[in-house]
Design a protein around this ligand. Sequence first.
Ligand code: IDP
Length: 137
Amino acid sequence: MEQTLSIIKPDAVKKGVIGKIIDRFESNGLRIAAMKKVQLSEQDAAEFYAVHKERPFFGELVEFMTSGPVVVMVLEGENAVAKNRELMGATNPKEAAPGTIRADFAESIDANAVHGSDSLENAKIEIAFFFAKREIV
Ligand code: IDP
């Protein structure tokens, strides 16, 4: 059993597809072990995406991630990290495989509907960033 962090980003929350995205996870063997809706501050977003701080799109990314509320979840299941990445599809929705979350709900490479941890190691860090142990059940 693995756990991974998923974020439904502000574009998808605004569009009203929270339920549709959660259905993709639950229908594909990923259980929701924790969930909350939060408004990230600039500091939160900058800290969460610190690995990207030298990238040219960092400012845009922080602006986008703070542009409205997000839904943060811990997903649990067999190979949860890879399974979630597979369900999400490629970063750029134009390159995302048909039937993936990004192909179906994302607008662009920056407003791309969801975040998912890219390794088990990062999943642990990202889960601890958002959730206390007692919130994960
Ligand atoms: P991932 O979310 O598929 O893991 P990363 O390369 O880790 O993709 O990038 C993190 C996030 O940064 C992306 O999901 C997207 O929102 C944003 N991003 C990545 N590349 C670009 C870009 O070229 N322009 C604007 N935003 C980008």
